[in-house]
Ligand binder design. Sequence first.
Ligand code: FES
Length: 214
Amino acid sequence: MSHFSPENRARAEAIMACYPRPRSALIPLCHLAQSQDGWLTPGAMEEIGELLGCTPAEVRGTATFYDMLHTEPVGRHVINVCTNIACMLAGAYEVLDHAESALGISVGQTTEDGEFTLEEAECLAGCDKAPCVQVNHRFFGPLDPEGFDILADDLRSGRLADTVPSHGILNRVDRNVGLPAMAAKTAAAGAKQSSSANGSRQPAQAGPVSGPPA
Ligand code: FES
């Protein structure tokens, strides 16, 4: 049985068709699975491996290299508090200490209600917002402890639902610009090559296969 929903399974196949080699779609498929489940479940890694012709261990090996992919369950909101130099000098550790006591968890943990995961981060490239916090890859700051409480309250109540998608999902807008056209082009090139290999008199088409849309 497919782990992907029927809609996402079709989407996974469309994404794969954009690449000359299926394995090149590994990271986009991981993001797709994460957008469906909130994290990369063992079932998702197994199905991605089947689709791409590699083992679940290879999928996991790639996924664990990237902070943006979660191979363990996370809260609906993953909060990263930067404690690198600019943020540290501006009071990041006060924010982090306060976050731990306000949420009742330590760094690396998730609240019992599954609402928040708290992480300590290196420079998030938002030094102009020091102390800077990211929630599901969206920037907030400068934040003090009081600002953190307001942010947590807004997140919990859903007031920021339009701005901050659940579960650390990277893209709010599905990456579909150009996908159908690219898939059709790749399929047509494949059909041409196979008819040529089968003895057709049509010449095989040379030239590079286009990559995915930007
Ligand atoms: S030092 Fe915190 S975002 Fe750069």
